[in-house]
Design a protein around this ligand. Structure first.
Ligand code: ADP
Ligand code: MG
Length: 245
């Protein structure tokens, strides 16, 4: 059990109509921890991520971040979204803004930074993700891997407490997957708290503190990666691993 919990989900239930998409979810993510979430398509992994930054509401249970319940609306919600960085499969960059502007925009609007500060920080972050020389380009001029690294820099520009990644490499050509995983590995080493939905088992083995296996809206296993990969307990996890490894 994590000593210093940053994210806590207690008995969380969510429905889409008749579909019980999250079933009594209990999950603690400690500060600085990297939790990889895996499981078959449709098991509720994206929904889980989306409830944590309140892109989705829940029917029962509680979610706290840094001890605070998720805000319902208004300013609190904007701050929550800034505190919880999210990177999706599709990069969702602003097509008509430069790479630099994509990274610098939200800190000015949401965090109230000066333009000068936001630009300086955006340059630093682009350097960190290996894109210092691309600052003045537009998203369409970059490869998918580069665009995803911009999306990561953009989330980091808000100084989030935690980063959620929902299949960040699933839309990428194979040769671009590693450049994105390396940026994520680096973040993990620097102590960022991360929840990562991915099918990249190499990343799970090397970066994760825990692997959470979901199936049909339930967390079936929540264990250290080596344990999970060498001795999956449930039939569902064994079946899943036999298909992807
Ligand atoms: P995963 O990310 O593990 O593939 P999702 O969280 O995307 O799973 O989806 C879990 C289940 O909820 C699936 O059966 C999916 O079809 C359903 N679902 C997801 N989003 C919606 C929605 N907005 N409305 C209705 N059903 C949804
Ligand atoms: Mg998904």
């Amino acid at each position: 059990m994590a000593v210093d919990p940053l994210i806590e989900l207690r008995d969380v239930n969510k429905y889409y109509g008749q579909l019980h998409v999250l079933q009594d979810i209990n999950l603690t993510v400690g500060r600085g921890e990297v939790v990889v979430v895996i499981g078959p398509s449709g098991s509720g992994k994206s929904t889980l991520c989306r409830t944590v930054n309140r892109l989705e509401t829940i029917e029962s249970g509680s979610i706290t971040i840094d001890g605070q319940p998720l805000p319902e609306e208004g300013k609190g919600l904007a701050k929550l979204r800034a505190d919880v960085g999210m990177v999706f499969q599709s990069f969702n960059l602003f097509a008509h803004k430069t790479v630099l502007a994509n990274v610098a925009l939200a800190p000015v609007k949401v965090r109230g930074r000066s333009k000068g500060d936001a630009h300086r920080r955006a340059h630093e972050l682009l350097d960190r993700v290996g894109l210092a020389s691309q600052a003045d380009k537009y998203p369409a001029q970059l490869s998918g891997g580069q665009q995803q690294r911009v999306a990561i820099a953009r989330a980091l520009a808000m100084d989030p407490k935690v980063m959620l990644f929902d299949e960040p490499t699933s839309a990428l050509d194979p040769e671009m997957i590693n450049e994105v995983l390396e940026v994520m590995q680096q973040l993990a080493r620097e102590g960022m708290t991360m929840v990562v939905v991915t099918h990249e088992m190499g990343f799970a083995r090397s970066a994760a503190n825990r692997v959470v296996f979901m199936s049909d809206g339930c967390i079936i296993e929540d264990r250290a990666p080596e344990d999970f990969f060498t001795h999956p307990e449930s039939d569902r996890a064994k079946d899943f691993l036999s298909k992807i490894l």
